[in-house]
Design a protein around this ligand. Structure first.
Ligand code: 5AD
Ligand code: SF4
Length: 437
C-alpha cells in the first residue's frame, strides 16, 4: 500500500474530520493523492445535510465499482454523516457490496483500528457505532488549510430545528474542556498558524455540559489571551443564544475578528416557528441592531433557505425583504431538502420543486446585488489581509480581511501566511482587487 485519497462532502466540521482521517492514514505511511486509480485506500467522508450532498456521494462511490473490480486489493471506506443516519449503512452495503469499511461520525476516532482490522482479516464490515460519541480529539491531524486551522470546541447539537438531520447523526452536545482547547491552540500558534477557527454546531451552547460550567465568551477570552499575532474566528452561532456578552467580547478583543455567521433561515416569523428556531423576525432584527451597535463595522453573514413546507409567497417575500434590509456581507442560500427522520419530513404542505426553483433564483439575485454594492464600498479602503493562497487559475494571491472579505492582489514573492496592508483599487462584480501598500 502506498497511496490514499479522502473525499470530503460537507461543512467545515466535515472538512476538519477529513484532516483527521488523513492524519490517521499517514500513520500507515501512506501518501496523499488525488488519483483514485492510484489510491490503495479511498475514504468517502460523506454529508447528508441535503439530498444533493447524499446524491454526490452515491454517484462517486458507484463510480468506483470498476476500479475495485480491476484491483480487489483497493480498500474502500465510507464514513461521515450519511452512514450515521438510521438504515443508511445497510442500504450502502446492499447497493455497493464492494465497500470494505462502513463507519460513522461517532467512531471516527477508531478508524485506525478499523483499517488494521480490514488489513489483517481481509473481511468487509460495518461499524457504525451508535453508542456514545467518542470525541476524536487525540487523533493526529493532517492540516490542509494553512495559515488557518480548525479547532473543535464542541460536537453535536441539541436544537432540533425541524428541517435538520444534524442532531440525529451527530448526537447531543458535548464540549471539550477549555484546557484541552487552549493546549491545541497554543500548539498551532507555536507551529506558525495565524488564524484559528473554533468549530461547533452551536458554539453558543459551549460549556453548558461542563463542570464547572464555562460559556463561549469566556472561552473566547481565554483563547484571545494566548500570546502572538493571530486571528480568532468561530462558527456557528444560533440567533436565539447570541447575547451582548458575546458582542462585547468581540469588541474588546483585538484578536477576535469583527465578523459573525448569523444563520437566519427565513425572514418570516411563521416559517421560523414551523422550523422551531425559537426567535421571530423582530427578535432577530433586534440582535442584528445590537451587534452592529456594539461592534463597529461587524461583518454579518447568514444561511437562508427557500421552500420550507407551507412557505407562502408572502413568507418568501419576507425573506427577500430581510436580505435587502440587513444587507449581509454574504449569504449561503439553500433550497429546502426533505430529510427523512426530521419533523419537517412528515409535515403537510411540501412545496413544489418548480416553485422552490423560482424562489431560489430570486433570492440569489437579491443577495448578488447586495454583494456587488458592498464590494464597491470597499474601493479606496486599506485593510489588513491574511494571505490564504495563490490562486493559479486567476493568477492572484487571495487573502481575507478580518471581516472575511476575499481580496485579490499581485505579489512577486510568496506571501502566503503573511499579514499585509492592501489598498483596494477596484471591484469587479462581487470580487475586489487591491495592491500591497
Ligand atoms: N434543507 C436545506 N438546507 C438545510 N440546511 C440544513 N438542513 C437543511 C435542509 N434540510 C442548511 C441550513 C443550515 C446550513 C448548514 O444548511 O441553512 O444553516
Ligand atoms: Fe456537516 Fe451537517 Fe453535512 Fe454532517 S450533515 S457533514 S454536520 S453539513
Amino acid at each position: 500500500m502506498k497511496y490514499y485519497k479522502v473525499v470530503t462532502y460537507g461543512c467545515q466540521m466535515n472538512e476538519h474530520e477529513s484532516e483527521k482521517l488523513c492524519g490517521i492514514l499517514e500513520k500507515f505511511n501512506l501518501i496523499q493523492t488525488d488519483d483514485e486509480s492510484l489510491a490503495d485506500v479511498i475514504v468517502f467522508n460523506t454529508c447528508t445535510i441535503r439530498e444533493n450532498a447524499e446524491r454526490r456521494a452515491y454517484g462517486n462511490i458507484g463510480a468506483l465499482k470498476k476500479l475495485k473490480k480491476a484491483n480487489k486489493e483497493k480498500i474502500i471506506a465510507v464514513g461521515g454523516c450519511l452512514t450515521q443516519q438510521k438504515g443508511k449503512a445497510q442500504e450502502l452495503k446492499e447497493k455497493f457490496p464492494f465497500i470494505d469499511i462502513i463507519f460513522g461520525t461517532h467512531n471516527l476516532s477508531e478508524f485506525e483500528q478499523m483499517l488494521n482490522r480490514r488489513i489483517e482479516t481481509g473481511k468487509k464490515f460495518i461499524d457504525v457505532s451508535t453508542d456514545e460519541y467518542k470525541m476524536p480529539c487525540q487523533v493526529p491531524v493532517k492540516r490542509s488549510t494553512y495559515p488557518s486551522a480548525y479547532v473543535n470546541v464542541m460536537y453535536g447539537c441539541n436544537n432540533f430545528c425541524t428541517y435538520c438531520i444534524v442532531p440525529y447523526v451527530r448526537g447531543r452536545e458535548r464540549s471539550r474542556t477549555p484546557e484541552e482547547i487552549l493546549v491545541e491552540v497554543q500548539g498551532l500558534i507555536n507551529e506558525g498558524y495565524k488564524e484559528i477557527t473554533l468549530l461547533g454546531q452551536n458554539v453558543d451552547s459551549y460549556g453548558k455540559d461542563l463542570n464547572p460550567k464555562v460559556d463561549f465568551s469566556s472561552l473566547l477570552k481565554m483563547v484571545a489571551s494566548i500570546d502572538g499575532k493571530f486571528r480568532i474566528r468561530f462558527i456557528s452561532n444560533h440567533p436565539k443564544d447570541v447575547n451582548e456578552k458575546l458582542a462585547e467580547t468581540i469588541k474588546n478583543n483585538e484578536k477576535i475578528c469583527n465578523s459573525i455567521h448569523f444563520p437566519v433561515q427565513s425572514g418570516s416569523t411563521n416559517v421560523l416557528a414551523l422550523m422551531n428556531r425559537r426567535y421571530t423576525r423582530e427578535d432577530y432584527l433586534k440582535k442584528i441592531k445590537m451587534l452592529r451597535k456594539t461592534v463597529k463595522d461587524i461583518a454579518i453573514t447568514t444561511d437562508i433557505m427557500v421552500g420550507f413546507p407551507n412557505e407562502t409567497e408572502k413568507d418568501f417575500k419576507q425573506s427577500l425583504s430581510l436580505l435587502k434590509k440587513v444587507k449581509y456581507d454574504g449569504a449561503f442560500t439553500f433550497v429546502y431538502s426533505k430529510r427523512s427522520g426530521t419533523k419537517a419530513f412528515d409535515m403537510d404542505g411540501h412545496i413544489d420543486e418548480s416553485i422552490k426553483k423560482e424562489r431560489i433564483v430570486k433570492l440569489v439575485e437579491v443577495q448578488n446585488n447586495v454583494n456587488k454594492k458592498l464590494a464597491k464600498k470597499y474601493v479606496g479602503k486599506t485593510v489588513e489581509v491574511l494571505v490564504d493562497e495563490f490562486n493559479t487559475a486567476c493568477g492572484y494571491y487571495m487573502g481575507r480581511d478580518e471581516r472575511g472579505k476575499a481580496i485579490h492582489f499581485s505579489s512577486d514573492r510568496n506571501v502566503v501566511g503573511e499579514f499585509l496592508q492592501i489598498k483596494i483599487t477596484r471591484a469587479d462584480g462581487i470580487s475586489v482587487y487591491g495592491e500591497i501598500v
